[in-house]
Design a protein. Structure first.
Lengths: 734, 169
């Protein structure tokens, strides 16, 4: 990233003798950045605060949901500040334009972007603060600043003996002016980047003291539950309000837009009242479909409309017309739930014409819009306090749970915590969309001459833009919200980025094939959908890498060699592919009753290859080993990279083995972990993660472990059974 | 109903509806938020606490059924400022990702080691299989439990474990 660091560094003395250093990111076009003279407003993207007592606070603009921002981003700033990351206290950022993710122009954490978008700015912030502290010390000592150094929170005198604590310098440092660019430390001098292995949040999370949304406690707090229509989109016509009001502890029963709210003095009393709820729903506008109809509608749409061209190279139609053989396959994937271990919840308190919300959210600025929507307040009257998140995986990018808590709090005018049950969390999720893929390839002998991929299904921004577009324009009047949502849809690239959710991973098809035709048939059956750990990559990865495997077998080639020969000139793909193969012992015979499958997929800038070894035991699929090579550029915390990749593998295997949300008459059929299963400890395969050493800029690791493992497992089962499974989840008898 | 129970060594008296799950009593009546709500039906293990030395799913255990009992939660695992060896191992191994399930994981592991200080790997797997982790920290969990099983650092937790085993017997 090219930037002039002087352009975005603004320094000023904070109150109470602390040094506040802020920076603003370039690239926020359309928004003023830095310090605005007229309004006296700051536009930092992240800031440090160092106190006279040597406390160092770091405002964390990306939420911590397990992926490791709390440690990783702190490590970046600590490295250049010359302090131990453990000496820094991170705190979660409030909503402010300065904390927006520059890629989305929204304050959200997702898309495996936290490290990549913070890599330059946070190190620069740390280096700049350090530099000013050194300048201040040099002025006190009357020595050349270039002769001074910084170490463990102190500036060291050229004599190597004297030193001053950062805390002693914070009143002086803001007066210093940085001239010229600040050099970042060369990699050879890094103490923490690439070496830090501990997690800064491990202690709080091992002692039960980390505060998640569900743990928020407020004086006089009451509890709310919301009964939502079993069929998405229905409204309550009538319910036994007076009967429920007479129940112990029940304080209020009323309808909100999303269902029937019951408020009680204790959570369990609210739940018991909910058990006694008898509601009649007006199903006129409600979802009525079943899963079979979803796929039937996809096939119909695919037949009628070949879709918008998303990538076209050469002349596919001509190539396939003269191909010796045309090979076709259709793949399908089901809806998937997120199943964060912490069910959806939010706490809200409406008082004095403002509302304060405490929530585990991936997008607090969208949470503000959600709360403003259901009250008479503007987003500026809404304060969002972000907590630790008990899992996110994209679910907490949508703010329906904040909307509910705000609507309930607005009515009861007391602090109220709304908690979803696991059943509600499963049945009223917004799902990873079900998708259909039609693949076709032209083969001349063993030569792949044409690649056609038709993706059929919805786009996520159709669902997401409702609150996202207003969040980008928080000054817009509320009556404009729905209009903004629609404009955001129509004016892609202006209010919202181009919607890549359906096609991501498909259009980056990496293999050297002369004729390529990739299309998206946009069709939306009305089931609520949203982002899900690797989203489009997760379904496109399965389609692309399974079809590649089918083509390899069709041509009689080894699936590894078949891919390899089509990747000439793509060293990063080849490197991870070769490494995974070596790690797995691809060339050695596999044990009796087992098969090996391979897949290679790049997502979020990160290259991942995996070899899965699997078999069938007692009528169930057993995954024995996953060998994985990953190239995510420069590694900040090797242990977190391993953990994220391994966690992604388990997330992907869970989807491959179990993941399936089905609808019957508009209702979700699954409810809890007995019928929406997650992989358990006893199923854990032996996972080996090999990280390619790299000095390239870092890319994300939260999601890229997921996509390849699903086709790699399917390909392993094919190698074992000779039967190809083209829909998920995979079956032992498939 | 009025009832009392011992929680982390302290006698606590309550006036509460008897069918309230122990989980919500611990969290909302006693302010012990370290025990988590995950599924409400004993399928995920996030709410695991020890009752008279045995691991139970507090989300599906009514408070009346444990009246007079002795409950230990994640908050009661440390010996004053000294963390339980498993907590130290969890930190050293960097087990938690989102961390939400980890109180329950640690309570399950603590029960295992209190009764079987040197479990084999398959014994660890069996003991930990009732605890779900959506982040996929399973291999780090095994490594952390194994590191405690191997080391003599259990000595620091012997007081607690002796009490647990004593009650269990």
């Amino acid at each position: 990233m090219a930037m002039n660091r002087r352009d975005f560094l603004k320094v000023s003395a904070g109150t109470s003798g602390s040094l506040m250093l802020s920076l603003s990111l370039p690239g926020c076009s359309g928004m003023p950045t830095g310090y605005v003279q007229e309004t006296g407003e700051w536009k930092p993207d992240a800031w440090l605060e160092i106190t006279t007592n040597d406390e160092i606070h770091f405002t964390l603009a990306r939420v911590e949901m397990g992926q490791g921002t709390y440690t990783g981003l702190t490590t970046l700033i600590a490295e250049e500040l010359e302090v131990d990351p453990e000496a820094i206290t991170p705190r979660f950022a409030p909503v402010a334009p300065e904390y927006r993710n520059p890629l989305y122009k929204l304050q959200l954490t997702g898309g495996s972007t936290s490290i990549s978008t913070s890599w330059e700015p946070l190190r620069t912030a740390g280096a700049s603060a350090r530099h000013m502290l050194i300048l201040a010390a040099a002025r006190v000592w009357q020595v050349d600043a270039a002769e001074c150094s910084a170490r463990q929170g102190r500036v060291v005198h050229p004599n190597g003996l004297d030193s001053m604590r950062y805390g002693q310098l914070v009143e002086l440092a803001p007066k210093e002016v940085i001239r010229g660019d600040i050099a970042l430390k060369p990699a050879s001098e890094w103490k923490y980047i690439g070496k830090q292995r501990r997690r800064l949040d491990a202690r709080a999370k091992s002692t039960g003291t980390a505060v998640y949304g569900i743990d928020v406690e407020l004086p006089g707090m009451v509890y709310g539950v919301v009964s939502r229509s079993p069929r998405y989109g229905a409204r309550a016509k009538a319910f036994n309000e007076s009967e429920l009001r007479a129940m112990p502890g029940v304080l209020d029963v009323f309808e909100i837009e999303r269902g029937v709210a019951i408020v009680a003095d204790k959570y369990w009393r609210a739940r018991k009242a909910q058990d006694a709820l008898k509601a009649e729903w007006d199903n006129a506008d409600a979802l009525s479909l079943s899963t079979d109809e979803v796929f039937a509608s996809y096939r119909k749409a695919a037949d009628e409309d070949r879709g918008e061209s998303e990538r076209s190279e050469g002349d596919y139609d001509a190539a396939v017309g003269r191909a010796g053989k045309v090979f076709e396959a259709e793949y399908s994937q089901p809806y998937l739930a997120h199943s964060t271990m912490e069910p959806m919840n939010a706490t809200a308190w409406y008082r004095d014409d403002s509302i304060e919300v405490w929530a585990p959210t991936q997008a607090p600025d969208l949470g503000r819009i959600a709360a403003a929507r259901v009250t008479d307040l503007s987003p500026d009257d809404v304060t969002i306090n972000t907590t630790f998140l008990g899992g996110g995986f994209g679910r907490r990018l949508t703010q329906d749970y904040i909307e509910e808590a705000a609507a309930v709090a607005y009515r009861v005018k007391k602090p109220v915590k709304v908690i979803w049950s696991r059943e509600e969390d499963t049945q009223h999720d917004l799902y990873r969309p079900a998708m259909l893929h039609r693949m076709q390839a032209g083969l001349d002998g063993s030569q792949l001459t044409g690649w056609h991929h038709q993706i059929v299904g919805p786009q996520l921004l159709d669902w997401y833009v409702r609150n996202a577009a207003p969040a980008q324009y928080p000054w817009a009047p509320k009556f404009m919200y729905d209009t903004l949502g629609k404009v955001g849809l129509l004016a892609e690239g202006i209010a919202t980025p181009r919607d890549m959710s359906a096609i991501e991973g498909a259009i980056e098809y990496p293999y050297n094939v002369d004729n390529i035709d990739i299309r998206h048939t946009h069709t939306d059956p009305g089931v609520p959908v949203t982002f899900w750990r690797s989203v489009g990559y997760s379904h496109n990865g399965f389609a692309v890498e399974t079809f590649m495997d089918e083509l390899a077998h069709e041509t009689g080639e080894d699936p590894y060699q078949f891919r390899r020969k089509l990747l000439a000139g793509q060293p990063r793909y080849l490197e991870v592919l070769d490494r995974a193969v070596r790690l797995a012992g691809w060339d050695t015979p596999v044990a009796e009753g087992r098969g090996r499958g391979i897949a290679l997929f790049k997502s979020f800038g990160t290259f991942v290859a995996q070899v899965v070894e699997a078999g069938l035991e007692n009528g169930v699929i057993k995954v024995y080993k996953v060998a994985c090579a990953v190239d995510c550029g420069q590694v900040v915390n090797p242990r977190i990279v391993e953990d994220q990749i391994e966690g992604g593998i388990i997330f992907g295997l869970t989807a491959a083995l179990y993941g399936e949300i089905t609808f019957e008459g508009g209702q979700v059929q699954q409810s809890n972990f007995h019928d929406y299963q997650l992989m358990r400890q006893y199923e854990l395969p032996e996972v080996t993660v090999d990280i390619v050493p790299s000095t390239e800029a870092p890319t994300g690791v939260g999601e890229p472990g997921v996509p390849p493992v699903i086709p790699a497992l399917g390909n392993a089962l094919f190698a074992l059974t000779g039967k190809r499974q083209r829909s998920l989840p995979l079956k032992a008898d498939g | 109903m009025a009832l009392s129970l011992t929680v982390n060594g302290e006698q606590r008296s309550l006036d509460i509806e008897g069918d309230t799950p122990l989980l919500w009593v611990l969290r909302d009546e006693l302010g012990l938020k370290g025990t988590k709500f995950g599924c409400g039906v004993g399928l995920c293990g996030a709410c695991t606490v020890h009752l008279n030395g045995q691991p139970v799913r507090s989300c599906s255990t009514s408070v009346e059924s444990v009246a007079g009992g002795d409950v230990t939660t994640i908050e009661g695992l440390a010996n004053g400022d000294q963390l339980h060896a498993l907590q130290e191992a969890w930190i050293a191994e960097g087990v938690p990702q989102c961390g939400y399930c980890q109180s329950g994981q640690i309570m399950s592991a603590a029960h295992l080691l209190a009764n079987n200080p040197a479990p084999a790997r398959d014994e660890i797997v069996a003991a930990m299989t009732g605890n779900l982790c959506r982040c996929g920290t399973y291999s780090r969990i095994i490594a952390a439990v194994e590191s405690v099983a191997r080391s003599s650092s259990m000595e620091g937790s012997l007081a607690y474990d002796a009490a647990v085993v004593g009650e269990a017997n």
